[in-house]
Design a protein around this ligand. Structure first.
Ligand code: TXA
Ligand code: MG
Length: 320
């Protein structure tokens, strides 16, 4: 899905004026600012209500712009970049001296991604600079995968919202830190550990003691307002039925149809295919969160790698 020239010009004007632009990527929607304009980047933190020690990802159009942002591209990082960019991978790399502290949270590293969504590419190409963009949601809440989610989160506070339809992947990018000799996954995503290891050999999973901060890794994140519980398949129908018999309205996100449920239960069958489940996950959680229920029960997902990024987000959504 491509934007018109007029839409892209309006978005580029906003970025050049130091205003915010929401734009689609293949993972989730981003809330973007000119990464070289400290006041504009400040607006992202203010609007998201995000603590300033939580760094942002700089989105660029092409690897030839990397040297503006990073001081060094280790060989394994280069292999990963060439294999997976444009795409749902973010690399943590040593930062170039001029990168704003506000973007990096004062760290010596910077997060970089080249997204593949055609509209993101149009925007980056026309703008020419880096776009600092977190997911387009309020801090700690559910990411936006559709333009209407961005409007729900921010109303008219974002000058331009580019409508690129539904994000294809539906979950945030895989983040890989390339600061140590062995690359390390800080956030699982569509690019899997198996794919990474196939390309560069050893890859560590999860943050180390001296890993840079990644707020996507806070225990409680991506959370609906309604309390959410992960429930094993075998207990799901009975638990929903018992709670609803006690007068609670219950929302369920499952991978199958219900067996026999009461009238106070809202049930979404998101199916057994992990790619489709991920694509719809945040839209489904938003729908269930606004269904007026006291509890959200989510059927626990298979312990297979294809479900690992979904499991990660559901665990965080359940933590509070
Ligand atoms: O798919 C995505 O990555 C989306 C789209 C818009 O690109 N963006 C996104 O941004 O998910 P955000 O801000 O919600 O998550 C970015 C993550 C945060 O957990 C942040 O801490 C981490 O990237 N991060 C950014 N810079 C970092 C750095 N220098 N070191 C370690 N982690 C960093
Ligand atoms: Mg986020």
């Amino acid at each position: 899905m491509r934007a018109t020239q007029t839409e892209i010009e309006a978005a580029v004007d906003a970025l050049r004026d130091g205003d915010l632009v929401a734009f689609p990527t293949e993972t989730v929607y981003g809330l973007g600012a000119n990464a070289s304009d400290p006041e504009a980047v400040g607006k992202v933190f203010a609007l998201k209500q995000r603590p300033v020690n939580h760094p942002l990802i700089v989105h660029i159009d092409d690897m030839r712009f990397l040297k503006r942002w990073v001081s060094e591209l280790p060989p394994k990082a280069e292999q990963l970049a060439k294999a997976f960019w444009p795409g749902p991978l973010t690399l943590i790399l040593p930062k170039a001296p001029q990168v704003l502290d506000l973007v990096t949270g004062g760290q010596k590293s910077v997060a970089i991604r080249i997204p593949s969504h055609p509209m993101a590419r149009q925007l980056l190409d026309a703008f020419g600079g880096g776009i600092a963009a977190p997911s387009a949601n309020r801090f700690g809440r559910i990411s936006a995968t559709r333009p209407e989610h961005v409007r729900e989160e921010f109303g008219d506070a974002v000058r331009v919202i580019l409508d690129g339809g539904e994000s294809q992947v539906g979950l945030e990018s895989t983040i890989v830190s390339c600061l140590e000799s062995t690359p390390r996954v800080l956030r699982p995503g569509a690019v899997t550990l198996t794919q990474l290891r196939k390309l560069v050999g050893d890859v560590e999973m999860g943050p180390s003691e001296d890993s840079p901060r990644a707020p996507g890794s806070l225990a409680s994140h991506y959370a609906p307002l309604t309390p959410l519980t992960l429930v094993p398949d075998a207990e799901l129908d009975q638990m929903a039925t018992e709670l609803s018999a006690g007068g609670q309205r219950i929302a369920v996100l499952a991978q199958r149809m219900p067996k026999d449920i009461g009238p106070l239960i809202t049930w979404i069958n998101a199916g057994r295919r992990p790619l489709a489940f991920a694509h719809d996950l945040y839209a489904n959680l938003r729908a269930l969160d606004s269904a007026g229920c006291e509890r959200i029960l989510v059927q626990d997902v298979p312990a297979e790698e294809t479900w690992s990024s979904i499991r990660d987000r559901l665990r965080r959504a359940a933590a509070r």
